[in-house]
Design a protein around this ligand. Structure first.
Ligand code: AMP
Ligand code: FE
Ligand code: FE
Ligand code: ZN
Length: 286
């Protein structure tokens, strides 16, 4: 098992910079990693460069936040063309929305009696995709909660007093954006998101894989998703969803082997070929 395909950096809500992450990955003997920050690709240039320097393969990726039936659904995109204009403008919108939501969230928390400012959260976020984890970290630093997890549980989770939603993006829209940009769309941690009922619908929209191996999945969940992958002819992926050495999940905790990485690469080639074919068949129309 050589590959961890789900990892966050300081570009979103992880605590290691892409370069620090590569160092740790190399140290623990990983051969392939995918950088999959929430709603941003800004960690990729540094990550890809650092990977090249030490001979560790870095797959460019992203994890898009969407919503379905009041649940958070995350769609991973592997081998995505991260320079693509469609992705750029989609992410710019997401980012703008995250900043707007931060203002609302800070106002709400101040109203609830928490002494917190937008500036403090911005400082904590550093990267591009500011989110609830950064708000949680500020609240922890100020002594309101012992850790991120408790801040979420008591204040920031959906349904709690401090929760402010983001702009709603349909999971299908994220799948479409990823495909248009040559990426391989994969449903992240379906067990954690309680997304089983969504899988057939996403398969119709062009989903290529499901994240079977994730630290939140027990053995029973892994078996269930392996079966679903077989039934719908989907690729199998896995990763640790690593955010921080002090966090719940450790780097390399969930891995896949070289076969899964090769299948992902193959899927990427198919998606690119189909795009070219569609273009050749329809270009006369324009
Ligand atoms: P946001 O994108 O700002 O809505 O924040 C969502 C992110 O917060 C997720 O991607 C996780 O990284 C983190 N998160 C969600 N729920 C929890 C939780 N219960 N404890 C700790 N982190 C969480
Ligand atoms: Fe996260
Ligand atoms: Fe996720
Ligand atoms: Zn993640």
């Amino acid at each position: 098992m050589i590959a961890d395909l789900h990892i966050h950096t300081t570009a979103s809500d992880g605590v290691l910079t892409p370069r620090q992450l590569i160092g740790l990955a190399w140290n623990i003997g990983l051969k392939v990693i995918a950088i999959t920050d929430h709603d941003t690709v800004s960690g990729l240039p540094e990550g890809l460069a650092a990977g090249k320097e030490c001979g560790l393969e870095v797959i460019p990726g992203v994890e898009l936040s969407t919503e379905w039936e009041d649940r958070e659904i995350h769609i991973l995109g592997y081998f995505i063309d991260w320079h693509h204009e469609i992705l750029r403008s989609f992410l710019a919108q997401m980012r703008q929305d995250r900043w707007k939501r931060l203002s609302k969230m800070v106002a709400r928390l101040r109203y609830l009696g928490y002494d917190i400012s937008e500036e403090e959260v911005k400082e904590e976020a550093r990267g591009e995709a500011v989110g609830r984890p950064h708000v949680a970290d500020v609240l922890v630093k100020k002594g309101y909660f012992p850790d991120r997890k408790t801040a979420f549980l008591e204040l920031l989770e959906r349904g709690r007093k401090g929760y402010v939603p983001r702009r709603k993006v349909e999971p299908g829209e994220a799948v479409e954006v990823i495909l248009k940009c040559g990426g391989v769309p994969v449903l992240a941690h379906p067990g954690f998101s309680r997304a089983d009922g969504l899988i057939p619908h996403l398969v119709n929209l062009g989903l290529w894989g499901i994240e079977v191996y994730h630290p939140s999945h027990d053995q029973e969940a892994v078996e269930r998703y392996l079966q679903m992958a077989r039934r719908h002819n989907l690729l199998i992926t896995g990763g640790s969803d690593f955010h921080s050495p002090q966090g719940e999940y450790q780097l390399g905790q969930c891995r896949v082997g070289p076969e899964e990485v090769e299948e992902l690469r193959w899927a990427h080639r198919q998606i690119i070929k189909r795009k070219a074919l569609t273009y050749n068949l329809t270009k006369d129309l324009y």
